[in-house]
Design a protein around this ligand. Structure first.
Ligand code: GUN
Length: 293
């Protein structure tokens, strides 16, 4: 069994990105610039956005954080997005989700210029991704593909089972894995809360991706000997022995599943750090205008 070390790979990629930033600066006299909009003060969102800003600093990007109180009017937020869409100095824009209930997330996502949509949430990017055109790929699917590639795990012809059909993980990942591309060419099944017998599928999987947010759901009896297991779960469970007062738990019962695997990602330190890298990679692409040019 080999542990897939997302933390180590993400540090390596940050060094690579920092090198690219130097090249772009030398060639074009500018540095990649990410803008993030944060509405309200949800603890989780505050932490995620703070990480994103810190990651930008680390690789030499410029970042702009725009904050609004939770009561901000939808029209004001949309107006700010339109302003950033027109700002020639800003390459990428993200609006941290979730948003307060009175604001339409879909309207917000669709107001972001697809060329600056480095989260890859705009239907134009989703649509382009589905048919294999260059597009911004959303963070978790991109992070998973990058991990598989860096560990030389060839998915061609494999049977991949994904548990979870969310718009930001399971659904896009199922499309990417089955594309006629490299990485791609896998046969994919998406299981979800209404699937009748999930273990029947997972036991056949060469690559099993757990992304439904149920801690410890995947047990050893559900996994084929020699499978690759990717754990996307990051449920916060209360803990008395950590500074934060919680601990992240994956969707896989790691201790019993790991001995059966050829490769497995831990939680934390597997997929999580790679999702932060995807945003940096997309911002770099946006700055180089390599997607839509
Ligand atoms: N909330 C949770 N994950 C994400 C993400 O990847 N992007 C944005 N904008 N909000 C999120």
């Amino acid at each position: 069994m080999q542990l897939i070390d997302g933390k180590k790979i993400s540090e390596e990629i940050k060094v690579e990105i920092a090198e690219e930033v130097k090249k772009i600066k030398a060639a074009h006299g500018k540095i990649p610039h990410l803008a993030a909009i944060l509405v309200g003060n949800d603890g989780g969102s505050e932490t995620y956005v703070a990480h994103k800003v810190k990651d930008c600093e680390q690789v030499g990007f410029k970042s702009t954080l725009v904050r609004y109180p939770a009561e901000v009017k939808e029209a004001e937020l949309l107006g700010k997005i339109l302003e950033i869409n027109m700002d020639g100095d800003i390459d990428g824009l993200i609006v941290q989700l979730p948003l307060p209930a009175h604001i339409s997330e879909q309207k917000v996502i669709e107001t972001i210029n697809p060329v600056k949509d480095v989260d890859g949430f705009h239907p134009i990017n989703t649509g382009r991704m589905v048919i294999g055109l260059p597009a911004y790929i959303s963070a978790t699917p991109m992070g998973i593909l990058e991990l598989l590639t860096r560990y030389n795990i060839d998915i061609t012809g494999t049977y991949c089972v994904i548990i979870g059909r969310s718009n930001i993980v399971g659904r896009p990942l199922s499309n990417l894995l089955s594309l006629k591309a490299n990485p791609g060419d896998a046969t994919v099944t998406v299981c979800h809360s209404r699937t009748r017998n999930i273990p029947e599928y997972t036991r056949q999987a060469d690559i099993l991706i757990a992304a439904m947010g149920k801690p410890g759901f995947v047990t050893a009896d559900m996994v084929k000997e020699g499978a690759v297991v990717i754990d996307v779960g990051t449920t916060r469970v209360p803990a008395t022995d950590t500074k934060s007062g919680y601990r992240l738990k994956g969707d896989v019962a790691f201790n019993e599943v790991a001995p059966k695997c050829s490769f497995i990602t831990p939680v934390p330190g597997g997929v999580g750090p790679m999702t932060r890298i995807a945003l940096l990679k997309n911002t770099l692409l946006a700055a180089g205008k390599k997607i839509y040019s």
